[in-house]
Design a protein around this ligand. Structure first.
Ligand code: F58
Length: 827
């Protein structure tokens, strides 16, 4: 399916940029053939798609390596580096990204064509590196690309998971999780560095020894040692300007085999320890529903944080006599609290291992670390039981206690502090058993703390971090997220890119703000027709993909209404589904009305232990079964839930979306980045005033976005009203009837009670205000139905979205981080 559709994407964007058509590159052809023969070990006659993919990737990689080595060589030892610490890097496929950023799409395509191989076919063979859950991990990947593009020396530090985020299979509407074996055919992009390895220690006890000068030395006698081995992947910036390193750590046992046990005949026991140790880098987010899962998660966090800190401290010491100037040479960004243990580990490394005085170590730590928050939802803020920390990281808990003591003492020095304030700002939460609060730890240990959209940052100041903000009023700063336009426009939507280059000139490939040049042609009917034609082709391709994955046949002429993101109650896929069911009922009641034909497209994964999210997927599936098989609504309404949402699928859906659903409960979506990707490709947003939707509205203009529902302060107030849901339901016959239908099994005749609990939850407490926003959402959707009937207006708004979202380029975001947080020059 995909193959035929992608064949339509012929000339690469650079051909349209007025550049000469790429000349056949005999070197590329020869390089591919040589790799096929000597690296893959196959003859042309026997080579399959995967062999061609690997051979081509390796040939391209050679060109990357030249630039990589050059980037490292020309970055003098004195240049400040950025270190991005993240438990997730959702990089997706790298092949086409690399070829495109090196600007050699034409050469590679021609070289392959000369060998009878189609580039689009072999690029689809590459596994999608799903080393992340969602927005947080994808942001890290976009940032790595922009860092290289802006010529900022940087390392990404994370874990090389053997298995990425699970592959999602939908069986009879239920999500099943299948291991994502992305490395099973090897990975041509990574370089194992067996010589770059560090020992990461766990458990044991701490001995305190008095020194002659009266100070105390802490000696950590750990119980277990794990080896962290580096795997490097080059991160190529736009036009190959700079190539940075993504360094991911793999866990190895110090002793791979207990030979004695093996010789005794205990073949399994001989490797049991090794299995336990290597589990650390086995899989992304093992379920933390069990205590063992929680412990593994903490071990993962400490594992990569410690190895990364040791790595950068080692490099620093090779060039400098001490660590006093570390903040001048490195800035560390903690992506959420997952690496927040860095605060204690950097202190431990400096104080215990390098004999730096505590005060000096604290100065260095708090001048080097920075922390990005991605959520304010209380249940998502990380805390660790003190008992667990004492067992797994006995020295770190001591350091955290001392940091806490000094932190509280400094407050006391600055005036009276109440027991209440201590409770609020202490690093130890005493209210649910004793737990270490990682957000406040990261806050105290950082120079700058940022939110990811203007609203989110404001809410950080006012809610979760209000007390710490009062104490450190300059620390919190906003950095609204961004996305790399290279992947999300140039690569994902080459036809639109070509059109934009024609309309506003080739500078649009380098400068996101140049998109504003599009305003000039918004009123030009010929241009608009071509824009519509591009969307139509992308929709045809998506329709093929939907048919291939779900068997559902959809009409590309219909309005493609898209909600793609992690499945979560706060993101409110169920609000969309309620509206879908209500629309179905309305069409059936008035079949002769001029309904706007719609295809509701959903995709996303539910966390494996999140029962309600899985039920929401099942509801989408059950609705689809009924609606898609009902001749009464055929051609007006269809529903598709696409399985296994990942970066590669997003690249197909986003260019084909007419409508972008960003309907979270106001105040709960930190930013969103899918909202930016969809608007960039011309989808009109229907959304709440939440996260970056607020800033999208500012950029595109309120008339070019559909905003509905409660605002963040209204939502907060409404939630406090105990009977809010029942009142909302009583006031809306449409909502009442759709809840009755779903709750009583109208869409699940095989199990009529299936959704009774889901509906009961909405009737009783509805913490995400689905019922409260339902009517406003319904009205907003009907407004969009009408707009679809005025195509001139629809496409004008769509085009203005493309023209006005240049600000959401991650180049802009990274520039802001560079200037205000990291204080590094931008190339
Ligand atoms: C996301 N967080 C936010 N978390 O939800 C989104 O608003 C924001 O745009 C994005 O970060 C980037 O700032 C997010 O993706 C996760 O994936 C969690 C990781 C830890 C386990 C639970 C999911």
């Amino acid at each position: 399916m995909l193959k035929d559709a992608t064949l339509a994407h012929e000339a690469p964007p650079e051909a349209a940029a007025g550049a000469a058509q790429p000349r056949p590159d005999p070197d590329m052809r020869e390089a591919i053939l040589a790799k096929l023969r000597f690296a893959v070990g196959r003859d042309v006659s026997a080579a399959r798609d995967h062999d061609w993919y690997v051979a081509t990737a390796l040939a391209v990689r050679d060109r990357v390596v030249e630039r990589w080595l050059d980037s490292i060589a020309r970055t003098g030892p004195e240049k400040k580096h950025v270190y991005y610490f993240s438990l997730e890097f959702l990089i997706g496929r790298l092949f086409f990204d690399t070829v495109s950023n090196l600007n050699i799409v034409g050469e590679v395509r021609q070289a392959l064509a000369g060998l009878g191989v189609d580039l689009d076919r072999i690029r689809a063979v590459e596994p999608d590196a799903a080393l992340g859950n969602g927005g947080l991990g994808r942001l890290a990947a976009c940032f790595m690309e922009s860092l290289a593009t802006l010529d900022i020396p940087a390392f990404g530090y994370g874990i090389r998971y053997d298995y990425g985020l699970f592959r999602q299979a939908i069986v009879d509407g239920w999500q099943h999780e299948i291991p994502e074996d992305w490395l099973s055919f090897g990975n041509p992009w990574e370089f194992e560095r067996p010589d770059i390895k560090y020992l990461v220690r766990f458990g044991g006890s701490v001995e305190m020894v008095g020194r002659p000068d009266g100070t105390i030395q802490h000696i950590w006698h750990s119980a277990e040692t794990v080896v962290a081995v580096a795997f490097d992947t080059p991160m190529v910036g736009w036009r190959g300007r700079r190539v940075n390193t993504l360094r991911l750590w793999s866990a190895r046992a110090a002793d791979p085999l207990v030979l004695e046990a093996f010789n005794r005949g205990d073949h399994v026991g001989a490797v049991a320890d090794r299995m336990r140790v290597e589990a650390i880098s086995r899989v992304l987010y093992p379920s933390d529903a069990t205590p063992a899962g929680q412990e593994l998660r903490l071990r993962q966090e400490f594992f990569f944080t410690s190895a990364s800190l040791q790595d950068l401290l080692r490099r620093h010491r090779e060039r400098h006599p001490d660590f006093s100037n570390l903040p001048d040479h490195g800035a560390i960004q903690l992506n959420d609290t997952h690496p927040a243990i860095a605060v204690a580990e950097l202190m431990r490394l400096l104080v215990d291992e390098h004999n730096v005085r505590w005060d000096e170590a604290w100065r260095i730590t708090t001048a080097t670390l920075n922390y990005t928050n991605h959520t304010l939802m209380p249940e998502a803020l990380e805390t660790w039981p003190v008992e667990l920390m004492e067992r797994v990281l006995p020295r770190h808990i001591q350091i955290i206690y001392l940091i806490n003591f000094l932190h509280l003492e400094s407050l006391a020095k600055n005036g009276e502090i109440s027991a209440d304030l201590v409770r609020q700002v202490s690093l130890i939460d005493e209210s649910h058993g004793r737990r270490v609060r990682m957000g406040p730890l990261a806050f105290i240990g950082s120079r700058r703390v940022n939110g990811v959209s203007a609203l989110h940052t404001e809410l950080m100041r006012k809610t979760v971090f209000s007390d710490l903000h009062a104490l450190y009023p300059d620390r919190i700063t906003n950095k609204t997220n961004g996305i790399t336009f290279r992947r999300w426009l140039l690569e994902a939507n080459p036809d639109l890119t070509r059109l934009l280059v024609e309309a506003v000139g080739p500078q649009v490939l380098d400068d996101a703000e140049a998109l504003s040049g599009l305003e000039r042609v918004v009123g030009d009917p010929a241009f608009r027709d071509r824009f519509v034609a591009v969307r139509r082709r992308n929709k045809e391709r998506l329709a093929q993909e939907i048919a291939a994955r779900t068997g559902v046949k959809v009409d590309p002429a219909a309005l493609f209404d898209v909600q793609i993101k992690r499945i979560h109650e706060y993101k409110r896929q169920h609000l969309n589904l309620l509206e879908t069911a209500a629309l179905y009922a309305a069409i059936k009641a008035e079949p002769n009305r001029d309904w706007t034909p719609r295809v509701k497209i959903f995709a996303g994964k539910a966390a494996s232990s999140y029962v309600v999210a899985k039920l929401i997927i099942k509801l989408a599936y059950d609705l689809a079964q009924v609606i898609n098989n009902d001749p009464d609504v055929r051609g007006r309404l269809a529903v598709a839930f696409l399985p296994n949402y990942n970066v590669s699928l997003a690249e197909i859906i986003i260019p084909a979306a007419d409508l972008s659903e960003q309907i979270s409960t106001a105040g709960l979506e930190a930013s969103g980045t899918g909202n930016m990707k969809l608007a960039l490709n011309g989808a009109i947003t229907i959304g709440t005033l939440d996260g970056a939707n607020v800033e999208i509205r500012e950029q595109v203009g309120p008339e070019n976005i559909t905003i509905f529902g409660l605002t963040a302060p209204e939502a907060l107030a409404r939630k406090a009203e105990p009977d809010h849901a029942s009142r909302a339901i009583a006031a809306s016959p449409r909502l009442a009837s759709v809840l009755d239908a779903i709750g009583s099994g109208a869409f699940s005749p095989d199990d009529p009670g299936r959704f009774a609990g889901l509906v009961g939850g909405l009737r009783d407490h509805d913490p995400f205000l689905v019922t409260d926003d339902f009517d406003a959402y319904w009205e907003a959707q009907r407004g969009l139905d009408e707009l679809w009937h005025r195509p001139e207006e629809w496409w004008r708004k769509s085009l203005l979205n493309v023209a006005r979202v240049g600000w959401f380029s991650s180049d802009r975001t990274i520039r802001e981080y560079a200037e205000e947080i990291w204080r590094v020059p931008v190339g």
